[in-house]
Write a protein that binds this ligand. Structure first.
Ligand code: MG
Length: 374
C-alpha cells in the first residue's frame, strides 16, 4: 500500500468517525442558513350560529372569524381567530395585526418561544390574532413531526374530560327544548346573571338531573345577593359558578369565595398567564380559552402554574370551528372541566377534528392539532 492510499484510508476512517460522533458538517466553509420560507395566509370567515346566543349583556346570531394558514415544506398548518364582538377584536383588527407578522425572520419554525414572544411584542392585546398564528404553527410543527400534540406533550388521550353543553339565557320553552337536545352531554352549562336565573335552573331540573355548571358572566353586582343565589344553586346540583361578579369587584369576589359553598371560577378576570397571580385567593380555579390567552403554548403554561397554586382548571372556548376546538382539545387531558362545544353551536364548520362522543372530548389520531379540511 503506497503512502497516498494509506493516507486516503486514514482520512476516510476519520471522516467516517466524525460522521457518527459529531453533529458538525464535514464540509467547512462559509455557513449558509436556509431562509425561512414559511408563508402566512389569512382570510375572513363568518360563523353562523344554529341558535341566537344570549348571555348576561347581549345576543347575537353570527361570530366574525379569521382562518389562518402557515405553509412550508409542502405542509399546511391551520389556525383560527374567533372574535365575539364584546372582546374587542374584529376582522379588521386581526387583518391589521396579521399583516405585521413576518415569519421569514425566524430560521427555525420550531422555536415557538422566540417566535411567539416576538409576535406578542408586535402590539398589546390582540389575543385571538396571536392565537391564530400559535395554533397554525403548532399544527404545522406537529404535522412535520408526524405526531399529535397530546402525544408530544406526553398526555393520555383516554383522559380527556366530558364537555358541557351551553344553554344561553332564554325563555322557558327554549331552555326546555335545548336541555332535551343536549341529551348526549353529561353536563349542562347554564348562563346566568339576569333576573331569570331561578327559572333557568328550575326548567332544566324539570327535564334532567345531570350536573349543571353555571356562568354568571359578571352579572351579579351585589355580593350578598350573589351569596344567596349560590347557596340556592348548591341545593340544585350545580357544580361551580363562573365569574359571579364584575372583574373590577375583586374584593367582593374574594369575600364571596370565603363564604361560597361552590367553587368560583375566574373567566373574564383571567385572560393570560400573568393574571393567575391576581386570581389566586380570589377564585378557586380559572377558565382558560385559547382566544383569550394567545394560544396553545401560553395555555399550557397557565395550566402548569394553576396546578402549582392548587387551583382548578377549566378549558373553555368561543364559538369556533373544529380548528380551534381541536387545538384546545389537545390540552384537555390536563384539565378538570371542559366546555368545548363551540363547533357544535355553528352551522358552517370547515374542519373535521376533535369530536364529542357520548359527551366526552375525543381526540383523533392525526398529527398536529388533528384536523382535516372538509
Ligand atoms: Mg365564562
Amino acid at each position: 500500500m503506497n503512502h497516498d492510499r494509506r493516507s486516503f484510508l486514514q482520512k476516510a476512517a476519520l471522516a467516517g468517525a466524525a460522521a457518527v460522533f459529531s453533529p458538525r458538517p464535514l464540509i467547512s466553509g462559509p455557513i449558509h442558513y436556509t431562509v425561512n420560507d414559511m408563508k402566512l395566509r389569512f382570510s375572513p370567515y363568518t360563523l353562523e350560529l344554529k341558535h341566537t346566543f344570549t348571555i348576561a349583556n347581549y345576543s347575537r346570531t353570527t361570530t366574525p372569524d379569521m382562518m389562518v394558514e402557515v405553509e412550508k415544506d409542502g405542509i399546511i398548518g391551520y389556525g383560527e381567530a374567533s372574535m365575539p364582538p364584546y372582546l374587542g377584536e374584529s376582522q379588521e383588527s386581526v387583518s391589521a395585526f396579521l399583516s405585521k407578522v413576518d415569519l421569514s425572520k425566524f430560521s427555525d419554525p420550531f422555536q415557538f418561544e422566540e417566535i411567539l414572544a416576538a409576535i406578542d411584542a408586535i402590539a398589546p392585546k390582540n389575543p385571538a390574532a396571536k392565537a391564530a398564528v400559535d395554533i397554525a404553527l403548532h399544527d404545522w410543527a406537529g404535522k412535520k413531526l408526524g405526531a399529535p400534540w397530546y402525544r408530544i406533550w406526553g398526555l393520555n388521550p383516554e383522559k380527556t374530560p366530558v364537555t358541557s353543553f351551553t344553554i344561553g339565557i332564554d325563555t322557558e320553552e327554549v331552555v326546555r327544548q335545548k336541555t332535551q337536545e343536549a341529551e348526549i352531554y353529561k353536563v349542562i352549562k347554564v348562563k346566568l346573571g339576569r333576573d331569570t336565573d331561578k327559572m333557568m335552573i328550575e326548567t332544566i331540573r324539570q327535564v334532567t338531573d345531570k350536573p349543571i355548571t353555571s356562568d354568571a358572566n359578571q352579572g351579579w353586582k351585589n355580593r350578598d345577593e350573589a351569596l344567596k343565589m349560590i347557596e340556592w344553586l348548591a341545593t340544585k346540583g350545580v357544580v361551580f359558578v363562573e365569574q359571579p361578579m364584575p372583574k373590577e369587584q375583586v374584593d367582593d369576589t374574594a369575600w364571596l369565595r370565603e363564604r361560597s359553598p361552590l367553587p368560583l371560577i375566574g373567566d373574564e378576570s383571567v385572560q393570560r398567564l400573568a393574571d393567575i397571580k391576581k386570581a389566586h385567593g380570589v377564585f378557586d380555579g380559572i377558565n382558560i380559552k385559547l382566544m383569550k390567552c394567545t394560544g396553545m403554548r401560553e395555555a399550557y403554561k397557565m395550566i402548569t402554574l394553576a396546578r402549582a397554586l392548587d387551583m382548578k382548571v377549566m378549558l373553555g372556548c368561543m364559538t369556533e370551528t373544529s380548528c380551534a376546538i381541536s387545538a384546545a382539545a389537545q390540552l384537555s387531558p390536563l384539565v378538570d372541566w371542559a366546555d368545548l362545544d363551540g363547533a357544535v353551536l355553528i352551522k358552517n364548520d370547515l374542519f373535521d377534528g376533535a369530536t364529542i362522543v357520548d359527551g366526552k372530548v375525543t381526540l383523533p389520531d392525526r398529527p398536529g392539532i388533528g384536523v382535516v379540511k372538509l
